[in-house]
Write a protein that binds this ligand. Structure first.
Ligand code: ADP
Ligand code: MG
Length: 753
């Protein structure tokens, strides 16, 4: 887990900080990311800022009450990064699809073709009338710099003035220098300099082409979130008496009755009142088979109603729906950085200075050295110096470095969301692939969490009826799986519930309340009742070791026990075996009695079993493991395991789209399938592998390309890069990184096979 300032505030944390997301325009490369972060962090009240180049967003954490979102956005705008506050609580609305950049593609291609015509001639391709004249090339270069190149010059100059030179500064300097040097040669032919107007034109052409293609690839990377956004249907059929009215979904309120026809998407989260149908929730929960729904069942916004007409009552609308929360979580995840990226961003921030220095040195070494006997192969030393310096300026751009991590995270989290694996950010992916140990909760995690009441063991002076009645009255105040089982049993026998108040649930222990006459009643595990001074018989009824025993007391006297049986999840055994095969240690942490815990441990071959521990102790146990050097994941059902989920390096919650699960866990397995753990782990391994490849490529590229551009290999057959080809390399390297990240999209098919 990351530090507090990094995390979205959860219900467990004091609301000292608030987080919001700004959409930030005008960022071109890794250097800008650092610049925007610095600008934000310098502002008073800002606790943290994390900027994502690919989604063009900044996640800002501020002290509560400073409510600065608007003013920060305005401030960024002044500094050349037009920004807007993103409404987190608004219902998801589809992002406007960015139009394909045909204009810039055409410009880039035109520049490239025209500039290569010049080259063609140099290579002896014959004389072309107009293209052969220097005046034409001068005009072309001037126009190229003044029109399509204008933005680069403007932005580059502004960042330079603000003391944070970036990619635009480098490109502008490179193109500008090439243009000026050629102008000098053009106007003063006696100097004997070569005129190379093609170079700045080709350079601009490649930069613009690279940007246009890269922009397209980035859009593709962001598309998976769009497919989630597209799930939200815009309209709903509101029932008004006998009639229905088609209304924008924003106008639906909780409690409204809606009808949903076959083939339509469910507009809001709700409960089915009438009708039966098969509903496909695949894109929300990842569950691939349609689920039969009838009266009393709940349905989720975005699910596809397949066969029947349903009347539903709205239970959650707008930002409250599970779909809206998933989208908010994915959006947020995509702005959360992997630690590995901080390094890259910091490096990119200083990169420009380094490159400027290198370029200057290159120019000096060639111009001075050339006169002192450095072999230039007949080329004028100054000319070689300038050309090489320009190539250095252009070839070394931190673009690929800046894109290496966010593109991979973007694609991985998007692919995850489609598979029902909600992964809350780059840091999570990075931690998940480092895990050495996985601890499991029992009830609801290893077991199905659908216990049945198996037997009642009333004490001699009590009766089965009384025992169940007191137990059920207590469980009214609980949402534990046991509570549902006990209440269902009481309902079957038509037992009236007692009037009770002051319900108190002790997570991982039991429930207590007070009857109208002031008598206290309890249900829970043995240890907890004994803590309340209730004396229990030494021997307990003999039941199957996989069952749980709950003790019930009224006042200080014990009324008897209930035995509840829950079955193991069918996929538990195989999943644990495969986790062990991956080299992970497994452990069981449960609040249940040791006999049950041991029996389950034996069944699933878990060696490390800790029974009868409370949620807080689960967290402490995880800390102990962590202190011993383990990197621990906790898998829980997200209801009462919050402290342990928060303590673990990766908190994984299993289960539907409940608020608690979405908020506390780092990874939510939406399908509530234990086997999805394997998918989540291998996705994180794949993503981090991609990030490493990208970083190695981006760094390695610079290690080779910069010396090549600087002319270090000149003595070997005049091996070097012309400014135009330097631009091609640079554009190619960023494109390669983004494309490499996009290959993660093939991950789902890899899981299936
Ligand atoms: P696990 O750690 O296996 O998920 P819990 O932490 O949910 O289990 O609960 C641990 C134990 O606390 C249960 O086995 C039960 O004895 C007791 N307990 C917890 N909640 C309740 C409840 N609502 N009613 C009765 N007993 C409960
Ligand atoms: Mg549990």
């Amino acid at each position: 887990m990351t530090s507090l300032a990094e995390r979205p505030p959860t219900s467990l944390e004091l609301p000292e900080a608030e987080t919001f997301i700004l959409s930030v325009g005008g960022m071109k490369c890794g250097g800008c990311v650092g610049a925007v972060e610095r600008l934000l962090k310098q502002q008073p009240g800002v606790l943290g800022a994390s900027v994502n180049l690919v989604t063009a967003t900044a996640r800002v954490t501020c002290q509560t009450g400073s409510s600065q979102a608007e003013s920060l956005a305005a401030y960024l705008g002044e500094k050349g990064f037009p920004a807007q506050v993103q409404e987190r609580s608004a219902p998801p609305s589809p992002l406007p699809e960015a139009a394909p950049p045909y204009g810039s593609l055409a410009t880039a291609l035109a520049l490239l073709i025209l500039s290569s015509l010049g080259h063609w001639q140099h290579l002896g391709g014959g004389h072309l009338p107009l293209v052969g004249s220097l005046g034409f090339h001068w005009l072309l270069a001037t126009l190229a710099l003044a029109i399509p190149g204008q933005e680069i010059f403007r932005d580059g100059w502004r960042s330079f003035r603000q003391g944070r030179p970036d990619m635009n500064t480098l490109v502008a300097l490179g193109t500008g220098a090439a243009y000026l040097a050629s102008c000098v040669a053009f106007l003063w032919p006696q100097g004997g300099w070569e005129c190379f107007f093609d170079e700045p034109v080709m350079l601009l052409g490649f930069i613009l082409l690279g940007r246009a293609l890269e922009g397209q690839a980035r859009n593709q990377a962001a598309r998976s979130l769009k497919s989630l956004l597209a799930l939200q249907p815009p309209l709903a059929r509101l029932q008004l008496g006998e009639q229905t009215a088609l209304l924008p979904v924003e106008q639906i309120a909780i409690g409204d009755r809606l009808s949903v026809l076959p083939g339509e998407k469910i507009p809001v989260d709700g409960d089915v009142l009438t009708g039966t149908s098969a509903v496909d929730e695949a894109l929300i929960t990842g569950e691939s088979l349609p689920i039969a729904k009838g009266p009393g069942d709940s349905v989720l916004a975005g699910a596809l109603n397949q066969t029947g007409v349903l009347t539903i009552q709205a239970a959650q609308v707008g930002s409250g729906t599970a779909l809206a929360q998933i989208i908010a979580a994915v959006r947020e995840a995509q702005t959360r950085k992997a630690p590995i990226q901080r390094l890259a961003d910091t490096a990119a921030g200083y990169f420009a200075y380094g490159v400027l220095t290198l370029a200057l040195m290159t120019a000096l070494v060639w111009s001075i050295g050339g006169h002192l006997g450095l072999e230039t192969g007949g080329v004028q030393p100054e000319l070689l110096g300038i050309k090489s310096a320009i190539a250095v300026l252009v070839v070394a751009c931190p673009c690929a470095l800046g894109l290496a991590t966010p593109t991979a995270i973007l694609v991985a989290t998007g692919v995850g969301a489609e598979l029902g694996l909600l992964i809350k950010g780059g840091d999570v992916l990075e931690n998940a692939q480092r895990l050495t140990m996985i601890a499991f909760d029992k009830t609801g995690t290893l077991t199905q969490g659908r216990p049945r009441l198996q037997a009642l063991f009333p004490q001699r002076r009590s009766s089965e009826r009384e025992l169940l009645q007191v137990a059920a009255s207590l469980e009214q105040g609980s949402n534990h799986p046991f509570a549902q089982a006990i209440l269902a049993a009481a309902q079957e026998q038509d037992l009236p519930l007692l009037n009770a108040r002051d319900f108190h649930t002790e997570a991982g222990a039991g429930v207590r309340a007070m009857l109208e006459d002031g008598t206290r009643i309890f249900i829970g595990n043995r240890g907890w009742l004994e803590e309340h001074g209730i004396s229990l018989p030494a021997d307990s009824p003999s039941i199957s070791p996989l069952s749980t025993l709950l003790y019930v007391a009224r006042g200080q006297s014990w009324l008897g026990c209930l035995a509840l049986a829950d079955s193991l999840r069918p996929e538990a055994e195989e999943t644990l075996a495969r986790l062990r095969a991956l080299g992970l240690k497994t452990a069981l942490l449960t609040g249940d009695r040791p006999e049950t815990a041991q029996a389950i441990g034996a069944e699933l071959q878990i060696l490390d079993v800790r029974a009868q521990i409370r949620p807080q102790e689960k967290a402490r146990q995880i800390e102990t493991w962590q202190n011993a050097g383990e990197i621990v994941a906790m898998v829980g059902d997200g209801i009462n395991d919050a402290p342990a989920l928060a303590q673990a390096d990766v908190g994984i919650s299993l289960g539907g789209a409940t608020d608690a699960a979405l908020e506390t866990a780092d990874i939510v397995l939406m399908r509530a399938q234990l086997s999805d753990l394997l998918g989540a782990l291998s996705l994180s391994r794949a993503a981090v592998g991609k990030i490493r490849q990208n970083l190695v490529w981006a760094l390695g590229y610079n290690l080779v390309a910069i010396p090549l551009a600087a002319g270090l290999f000149w003595r070997w057959g005049h091996l070097s890069l012309s400014p135009g080809w330097a631009a091609a390399c640079m554009a190619g390297s960023s494109l390669l990184v983004v494309t490499n990240s996009l290959t993660l999209k093939r991950f789902p098919s890899r899981i299936e096979s």
